[in-house]
Design a protein around this ligand. Structure first.
Ligand code: AMP
Length: 190
């Protein structure tokens, strides 16, 4: 099997979380979702949660220094030595650069950046659907949804050039059923 140091990348609503949850079953690595980590802190009312809430409620990214420190601490633990699945990180070029630095420091280079691509119209309709099913505050408001898409385009998408150059980028067509998309991802790991 190919390497197991993985980033799951894509716009909000691309199905990153769903596909990441399946992929961690296949390759048996910890699922590290920065969105879930922030939601945990928000739920528990920690200082980090209060900061995260301010930004995520508006569809904005939590500041890089806060996010990078949280991920660095997580990747320093022993359970990631055999691989990891980062879901929702990096989401900016400074985060991608910081990730490279910490992985170099920890001696575990990145193997695959699985990029799930879907169109803007598809993102909008998926996020609206998720808002009604899960009741996520950041999916409910059309202005917040547009903000999340704009944030993705301006801050997150530029990471793709970085990974293309690095040779770790694996582009996956995100249109189709969950099974169809997963079958495409599975091929990367065969
Ligand atoms: P997600 O569940 O991945 O869509 O994340 C929900 C929210 O958490 C995002 O809209 C951001 O406000 C915040 N967040 C998650 N991951 C990151 C990250 N890598 N950098 C900055 N903010 C993040």
């Amino acid at each position: 099997m190919a390497g197991k140091n993985v980033v799951m990348f894509g716009p909000p609503g691309a199905g990153k979380g769903t596909q990441a949850a399946r992929l961690v079953e296949l390759i048996s690595v910890p699922h590290i979702s920065t969105g879930d980590m922030f939601r945990y802190h928000i739920k528990n009312g920690t200082d980090l949660g209060k900061t995260a809430q301010e930004y995520s409620n508006q569809g904005k990214l939590v500041p890089d220094d806060v996010t990078i420190a949280m991920v660095k601490e997580r990747l320093g633990r022993d359970d990631v030595k055999g691989g990891f699945m980062l879901d929702g990180f990096p989401r900016s070029v400074p985060q991608a650069e910081a990730l490279n630095g910490m992985l170099q420091e920890y001696g575990m280079p990145l193997d695959h950046v699985v990029n799930i691509s879907v169109s803007d119209d598809e993102i909008r309709s998926r996020l609206a659907k998720r808002a009604s099913i899960e009741g996520r505050a950041d999916d409910a408001d059309p202005a917040v949804i547009q903000n999340r898409i704009d944030t993705y385009k301006s801050q997150s998408e530029p990471c793709l050039g970085f990974y293309e150059e690095q040779g770790t980028l694996r582009n996956i067509d995100g249109i189709g059923t969950i099974d169809e998309v997963f079958a495409r991802i599975e091929k990367v790991f065969q």
